[in-house]
Design a protein around this ligand. Structure first.
Ligand code: CS2
Length: 469
């Protein structure tokens, strides 16, 4: 089977880029070239280019991987995205990515692009742990490996914040306007977080640079949503059959996608609304809704699945008792939300259940279970704290924490930047207050939860039930 490339004639039922890629110039630099970006922002950009062509091609940067960059080059930047549901498979070939660059091999080129006024927007999906955010101060964690390296050697960055700061520094020195930074990771007020980290790192190198960024930069927040499991051989085989070419970058995903963005761009943006993106003044209610209902419930499903040896989200959802626990969690979390403009929360939750049940999506509970220390604060702890402060119930949050602790004890190799601390806590568990070593991990739980002995007793009671079951 020939490899997918610009000269491939696609099968008639496959949608390809309906614009002239030969003249597409880059206007977006994206950092974090994983599956999520390729099945989400790149798809929206594809739709935007089709509706209103402009210089908004994407140069995708992978900070660590070289393979994906080589695969993109071999396929002229093209790859397929198969939207899968019980109703059938819908394949499209995405053309918005013009090329890839790797942080390990193309640092100089990435920095020149960041300095190039042709790049108007820098989008980011690097996962929660890559920012070097100190959860206690909300500022930079100066012990985070790439933050540390970039503070020591700012003109040769390796981490996302370091790249942004060096890019801004070059623009500032050249008398140019800054680029807009659009964070697309699952963090609440993600734009504000990145802005603060960037200004802090810039300030430790040059206060004038920090002031310039603070005064002239734009860091809109955004809420992103699409369930995109890591691709497997099966995904690639399916895509090959559908598009009629070999595609090493093929992705399978659900049909649903959502993107809510604060409309604050310095030098224009693609017409992402053509792909269904929603532009609003305040993204926060949407972010909270998605983090607490979708991602919070996802974490519950992931740890439960891992404990019960159920490999996929859909397997957990197929057990009526577990599905009821997911419903219960959503019912608790929804009480912590403000109304979300244009969204019927009851319907939103029903849709989530259906999305989790999608029989064609093989989303590994193991994948979602990773990085719990980076995910649970915004998914579970924040809502629990608010519930309890208002005299409400946070039993399901206590249950998720108990599941996570049981998972940390059971799992030999935890994939989490704080795995060593989790394993050490698991080794120190006692019969009378088993969760105590986890509550003692510095900076993980908010103070209000650490000090709430009644809620901690609930976590312990849930742990006991899990052990007995
Ligand atoms: C998941 C998310 O892996 C995880 O932690 O909860 O990646 C989830 O699939 C996406 O946020 C959906 O938009």
């Amino acid at each position: 089977m020939p490899r997918l490339s610009a000269s491939t004639t696609l099968a008639p039922h496959v949608k390809g880029p309906a614009y002239d890629r030969a003249v597409l110039k880059p206007g977006i630099l994206h950092i974090g070239l994983g599956a999520f970006h390729r099945a989400h922002q790149a798809v929206y950009t594809d739709a935007a280019l089709e509706a209103e062509f402009g210089d908004w091609g994407i140069v995708g940067v992978s900070l660590r991987s070289v393979d994906i960059v080589q695969d993109l080059a071999a396929q002229d930047g093209l790859y397929s995205v198969v939207a899968r549901s019980a109703a059938g498979d819908d394949a499209r070939v995405v053309g918005s990515v013009v090329r890839g660059l790797s942080g390990t091999g193309n640092q100089a080129e990435i920095l020149s692009l960041l300095a190039d006024p042709a790049i108007g927007v820098v989008t980011i999906t690097v996962t929660e742990k890559a920012y070097g955010l100190d959860p206690v101060t909300g500022g930079l964690d100066r012990n985070h490996p790439s933050v540390k390296a970039d503070l020591a050697d700012p003109t040769s960055p390796s981490g996302v914040i370091g790249y942004l700061v060096e890019g801004f520094s070059r623009r500032h020195a050249a008398g140019l306007a800054p680029f807009t930074v659009l964070c697309c990771d699952n963090l609440p007020t993600n734009g504000r977080i990145v802005r603060r980290l960037v200004i802090e790192m810039a300030g430790s190198r040059d206060p004038a640079l920090a002031n310039w960024i603070a005064g002239h930069g734009a860091f809109p927040s955004s809420m992103v949503d699409r369930i995109v499991p890591a691709a497997t051989d099966e995904t690639r085989a399916l895509a090959e059959t559908l598009i009629g070419a070999e595609d090493r970058l093929a992705l399978g995903t659900e049909p649903f996608m959502q993107w809510v963005i604060e409309d604050h761009f310095l030098a224009g943006r693609p017409k992402w609304e053509a792909g269904g993106a929603l532009f609003v003044d305040d993204v926060e209610p949407y972010e909270k809704m998605k983090l607490r209902l979708l991602n919070g419930a996802h974490s519950l499903v992931a740890y439960l699945g891992q404990l019960k040896d159920l490999p996929f989200v859909r397997d957990v959802m197929a057990v009526p008792e577990y599905r009821a626990l997911v419903r219960r969690h959503m019912a608790e979390a929804v009480k912590t939300l403000d109304p979300v403009p244009g969204i019927d929360l009851g319907r939103y939750m029903d849709e989530l259940i259906e999305r989790f049940e999608n029989p064609t999506i093989a989303h590994k509970t193991q994948q979602i279970a990773m990085d719990g220390t980076q995910k649970l604060p915004q998914r579970i702890f924040a809502g629990a704290m608010e519930s309890l402060a208002g005299g409400g119930d946070a039993s399901s949050a206590a249950y998720v924490v108990a599941l996570w602790i049981a998972y940390a004890r059971k799992t030999a190799e935890i994939n989490d930047p704080r795995a060593a601390e989790l394993k050490a806590a698991a080794a120190r568990m006692t019969a009378d207050d088993p969760s105590a070593p986890f509550f003692a991990i510095p900076g993980l739980f908010p103070q209000a939860l650490m000090e709430n002995s009644a809620w901690r007793a609930q976590v312990n009671a849930e742990l006991e039930k899990i052990n007995a079951g």
